[in-house]
Design a protein around this ligand. Structure first.
Ligand code: HEC
Ligand code: HEC
Ligand code: HEC
Ligand code: HEC
Ligand code: HEC
Length: 257
């Protein structure tokens, strides 16, 4: 018997290895997530169109690509295949028909987006969301199931939905947001260009620009426009100076050839 195994040791080992790989593959490919298993069912297309659309919005999202699933935001139990058991302690904006449900959103998103949350906590938006329920929260500006960092023009319209002549709540902030966001966008392009062409020649300068960019992008969520105005102007000037110098040097070296 022993010798038999010994003689056949090679194929047996291969088989054990193959089984091991298969089990690894299975646990990876078929990781249990009952939320998705049930919600993706095509029958909802007719039975519950709204439910079907929510699922499909998530399916096309960055979050799906990044492996963020329903239960990461909604809670519940993604190991139970029974609907009621799975939905236990689930977040749903339908279960409270008042605005308090939206106060839960910053913490829900902030579990993973910590710096955005900690900056947002310093803002008047956060305070008025909690005190009066009137401030915007993460989903107001990014959507929920199919999150996006929208184009500047779309964001400015979002600001205007609350900040306008009729509400008399600082109608001018939309224009300020437009200005700052454009500076950030242009600086992002300059920053990328500098990283590409100057990382070796001037690592200090490139690092300084990258750090300042990071700082401005993160402090956006404080909505403190006095600071943002100054910081974003510095960022734009610093990154533009390096790019202009780079372009001039390139032109010179071309002319000298
Ligand atoms: C066996 C199927 C099934 C499972 C498992 C399931 N759901 Fe649902 N879910 C539904 C159906 C059907 C609805 C529509 C409302 C209803 O019938 O209760 C729904 C509704 C919802 C809603 C909207 C609330 C509402 O009342 O309409 C949310 C949010 C939700 N599910 C999240 C989840 C999450 C998160 C999980 C996993 C932890 C999950 N679901 C697991 C079938 C399921
Ligand atoms: C990034 C966090 C996040 C993820 C991931 C996510 N949701 Fe949601 N979902 C929300 C938020 C916030 C709302 C409430 C705001 C709204 O209606 O847009 C919501 C709303 C819903 C609703 C509408 C009813 C309600 O509770 O307001 C359904 C149904 C739903 N989600 C199901 C799902 C399912 C199913 C998945 C996974 C396939 C999923 N969600 C993934 C954050 C998320
Ligand atoms: C379980 C962790 C997790 C939760 C909870 C979560 N996110 Fe995310 N989010 C990620 C990851 C991972 C990415 C993709 C990588 C990245 O850009 O950081 C991402 C990306 C994003 C982006 C960038 C999209 C882009 O196009 O660049 C936005 C905006 C965003 N999330 C908003 C939200 C909002 C709003 C909520 C709450 C409703 C939320 N997230 C909840 C992990 C999470
Ligand atoms: C009033 C609108 C508004 C609110 C509220 C808001 N954001 Fe943003 N968020 C933006 C804008 C505009 C940008 C793009 C800023 C930029 O270009 O740097 C952004 C950028 C982001 C990014 C992408 C950052 C990156 O590195 O590209 C994430 C993630 C994010 N927000 C998450 C959140 C979370 C989480 C909350 C709630 C705690 C939140 N946001 C609240 C408007 C908002
Ligand atoms: C859902 C409504 C809503 C939206 C959308 C909204 N805000 Fe506000 N905003 C408020 C409220 C409410 C206050 C607090 C007013 C008060 O208490 O004086 C506020 C206050 C502010 C302040 C003053 C902060 C301070 O420290 O004094 C600024 C700046 C601001 N918002 C900018 C923006 C920008 C930029 C956008 C778009 C990216 C935006 N808001 C979108 C409701 C909104």
């Amino acid at each position: 018997m022993l010798t038999c195994i010994k003689n056949n040791a090679y194929p047996v080992r291969i088989m054990i290895l193959a089984l091991f790989c298969l089990s690894l593959f299975c646990s990876y490919a078929f990781a249990v997530d009952t939320c998705i298993d049930c919600h993706q069912d095509d029958k909802f297309r007719v039975q519950n169109k709204r439910l079907f659309d929510y699922y499909n919005d998530w399916k096309d999202s960055v979050h799906n690509l990044a492996g963020v699933s329903c239960s990461d935001c909604h809670g519940g139990n993604p190991l139970k295949s029974d609907k009621i058991a799975a939905h236990k302690d689930n977040f749903s904006s339908l279960s409270h028909m008042d605005s308090t449900v939206y106060r839960k959103i910053p913490d829900m998103c902030g579990k993973c987006h910590e710096s955005e949350l900690s900056n947002f906590r310093q803002s008047k938006h956060y305070k008025s969301l909690f005190d009066k329920g009137t401030g915007p929260h993460c989903v107001t500006c990014h959507g929920s199931m199919n999150v996006e960092v929208y184009y500047t023009s779309v964001i400015v319209r979002t600001c205007q939905s609350c900040h306008n002549e009729y509400t008399e709540n600082m109608p001018e902030v939309a224009g300020e947001a437009d200005k700052v966001l454009h500076r950030i966008n242009v600086s992002r392009a300059f920053k990328n260009w500098s990283s590409l062409h100057y990382s070796e020649k001037e690592p200090e300068k490139v690092r300084e620009i990258n750090d300042l960019y990071q700082d401005v992008a993160e402090s956006w969520h404080t909505f403190n426009f006095e600071q943002l105005d100054e910081k974003s102007m510095n960022l734009l000037n610093m990154s533009k100076t390096l790019v202009n110098r780079g372009l001039a040097e390139k032109r010179e070296s071309r002319e000298n050839k």
